[in-house]
Ligand binder design. Structure first.
Ligand code: NI
Length: 151
């Protein structure tokens, strides 16, 4: 088995808060990340596909094709956006790196047509990153946040 990885970068703003918490609890839990007007990150996303090389091409998946899937399904939606307000597939989701990793997986998994999506690593900063391998995770959506986002 071989593991092929494509790296991509994007920049986005977000605010971490839970609309069902009090202001004080949001402060305690999310601290600086709860800043009402948000803050930004330069994210790095690594997408790994596993499989055997195609006998005709030698590729597990054509990396140009993988790059295009990442671009069309993720980057075009999130790059230079505010993740709390601008991204339809993140409506009502607290945009932690954990939740972004799950949401991104769901966006691209059905479109990987060479090999199988194996892992997704999302760096929120140089020292903080999340790995996700597709185990079932419920992406909780908060109705109040959806209302605020669409107001
Ligand atoms: Ni942040």
């Amino acid at each position: 088995m071989l593991y092929v990885t494509r790296r991509a970068t994007f920049s986005a703003a977000h605010r971490l808060y839970n609309p069902t918490f009090s202001d004080q609890r949001n402060e305690e839990v999310f601290d600086k990340c709860n800043n009402p007007r948000g803050h930004g990150h330069n994210y790095t996303l690594e997408v790994t596909v596993r499989g055997l090389p195609d006998p005709a091409t030698g590729y597990v998946i054509d990396l140009k094709r993988l790059a295009r899937i990442i671009d069309e399904r993720i980057l075009s939606e999130v790059d230079h956006r505010h993740l709390n307000y601008d991204v339809e597939f993140l409506r009502g989701v607290i945009p932690t790196a954990e939740n972004l990793a799950v949401a991104f997986w769901q966006r691209i998994a059905p479109h990987i047509d060479g090999g199988q999506l194996h892992a997704l690593r999302l760096y929120e900063s140089e020292n903080n990153f999340v790995d996700y391998r597709g185990e079932p995770v419920e992406l909780v959506r908060h109705a109040a946040a959806e209302q605020e986002a669409s107001a």
